[in-house]
Ligand binder design. Structure first.
Ligand code: MG
Length: 300
């Protein structure tokens, strides 16, 4: 029998199939796995955070609502200690939670003396540095934020220093920086540019930047993603990059070669590897999916 996902034989078991776990979001994004096995994810236009759990969820009640209004949370992630991080379009802030998302405290609201635009996606490096993107979607889309004036000069990727709380711009050459991921040893930072979202001629590319300590070097195009956009991304321990798109999860080798695709029947906002189980969770437009994988994520 041929493998169901050609090119991904080493990464996905031959008996794997895409499972739809829950449906009902207007635009799903920001999936993160908790230590109890639950998955939280964002329904951005629904202004809520949802929770799916392998034992608690049923066909009648596939998810519960953790927070509503969520002030338009978008991306989520976790650090090695299990604390959660969120990007809030409505609060124009990056937030942190030490109680599995029940309460949140802002950790970044400004760059310089100006408010952030609408933080979109966030990752935490092993040194505790919090890296996040700041495109304008929560300001320019009425269903994804509370609006307001843009104060920042651009749409940049920032690093929050865990010791000082200082917020420094690290990537300033993209139009609409969005998804973020480090490779395993954190020497390469990948950032997606979703300029195509509001311009058919705009960018739909993943860029790669060399990182040394807290210094980011000159980036280059790593891959173009079609159809649609590369929104959220993750890397695995072998250095492959797993990207959202308009037509499935696209997997790229460390040299940018596209290895294969996991078809998903709707546009994907974000994805994340579980740190507990061999699954990749996928937050797509209306639904949360998962597929079993035979590789671990580099980060979550
Ligand atoms: Mg995003």
């Amino acid at each position: 029998m041929s493998h169901p996902f050609p090119g991904l034989e080493q990464l996905i078991p031959s008996d794997a199939a895409l499972e739809k776990l829950a449906t009902g979001t207007a635009w799903g994004e920001g999936a993160v796995c908790l230590d109890d096995g639950a998955v939280l994810w964002s329904d951005i236009p629904g202004n809520r955070i949802l929770r799916w759990h392998p034992q608690e969820s049923t066909s009648e009640t596939p998810f519960s609502v953790v927070m509503q209004p969520s002030h338009f949370h978008n991306g989520h992630t976790r650090d090695d200690g299990g604390r959660l991080y969120a990007c809030s379009h409505g609060d124009r802030a990056v937030l942190r939670s030490a109680d599995n998302g029940h309460t949140w405290q802002p950790i970044a609201t400004h760059h310089g003396d100006k408010r952030l635009n609408s933080p979109n996606d966030v990752i935490v490096a092993r040194d505790g540095g919090v890296w996040f993107s700041d495109p304008p979607y929560g300001l320019i889309q009425a269903h994804e934020g509370y609006g307001g004036d843009q104060e920042q000069e651009g749409h940049w990727v920032y690093r929050l220093d865990p010791a000082t709380g200082a917020v420094e711009a690290k990537v300033c050459d993209l139009l609409r920086p969005n998804g973020l991921a480090f490779n395993l040893d954190e020497t390469t930072l990948y950032v997606t540019d979703t300029g195509r979202s509001h311009d058919p001629e705009g960018r739909h590319h993943i860029h790669a930047y060399p990182v040394s300590g807290n210094t980011v070097g000159e980036g280059q195009v790593f891959a173009a993603v079609d159809p649609g956009l590369p929104d959220g991304i993750r890397t695995d321990v072998h250095g492959n990059l797993w990207s959202s798109s308009g037509g499935g999860v696209q997997v790229f080798a460390p040299d940018g070669t596209r290895l294969g695709v996991v078809p998903v029947p709707e546009a994907i906002g974000n994805l994340t590897f579980s740190h507990l189980d061999p699954y990749l969770y996928i937050a797509a437009s209306s639904s949360l999916y998962r597929i079993s994988v035979s590789v671990k994520g580099a980060r979550f």
